[in-house]
Design a protein around this ligand. Sequence first.
Ligand SMILES: [Zn+2]
Ligand SMILES: [Zn+2]
Length: 368
Amino acid sequence: MSVNAVVMLAPGKPLEVREFADPALEPGAVLLETIASEVCGTDVHLHHGRLNEVPYPIIPGHVSVGRVLEARGVSTDVLGRPLRAGDVVTFYDVHEVCGRCWHCLVAQQPNRCPNRRVYGITYSAHDGLLGGWAERIYLKPGVKIFRLPEPLSADDVIGGGCGLFTGFAAVERAAPQMGDVVVVQGAGAVGLSAAAFAALRGAGTVIAIGAPAARLELARLLGADLTLLLTERSAEEREAAVRDLTGGRGADVVIEAAGNPAAIPEGFRLLRDGGTYVIAGHYTDVGSVAVNFHADVNRKHADVRGQWGTEFRHVYRALTLLAKHHARLPFARVIGARYGLGDANRALSDVEQLRVTKAIITPGLQNR
Ligand SMILES: [Zn+2]
Ligand SMILES: [Zn+2]
């Protein structure tokens, strides 16, 4: 038997569906039948070669949901709950954090561990089915498998995808106070998640800035109180709207989830003196921008923080809250289109052109 998987051969080259041998499981490994894997902005950037140290060719797809097909000596998920064939699970896409280096032990920042690998990004296709745009996903020994909590479906999880966890992490990093005014720049999956969790955390007002209009409708659905359409309001109008709401002071917290350097100077203008600015949308290198550190940071007494990747706790806490507040946080509705493996090129270009908010790859589509 063989397994079909999408391979990104190198930046700029069309994606191809290739056949891989059905993998033999080593002790501690688990094989999933892929239900869905996300397409996110990072995949577009990977295709443009904007992330360093990517071992092309790769099988893209970092956050995925699958059904357990086979497990070799693994009988529980990461939380010790029984794991059986047929269970629907997701897994923490980051693997091989070492627990033994300076970053892990002293700084306690495993997201900067040099041994860290990520499914669908920093594993080569030569090393196996280590990405989600494939009929099967090979979970190496030690991968943190998480059985979906009731009542979550695969769509609920993959509708937010990695953005669900990154947006959660950005809110945790920003640590808004109850009643704060929070501005979220960007209404892709990260921005939608940040708006949703900021609202859930008790923000007084959540303002989402982004485009196109359909994304801002989703932001309102998920908890934003006010939305500002980028294509309809000038930067001056956006700033005036935020100042109007805050007695002229600006927002207590700004979360950047735009992935566009032009958002940064605006973010500082929207931030009040002594406010907190979290940069979460620059996961790949999209270029530089001029910031006046006197006016924007020093005199403003701003607290500026970066958020790099996610930890397992973000996955756990975000999904636990998603399960509890299932009706309030309908992330399945963020899914805009589903693509079979053979449509991966179209999926990437649809995401790049903002034709769809969350695109997902469902390998089963073409088999049925
Ligand atoms: Zn380490
Ligand atoms: Zn992603």
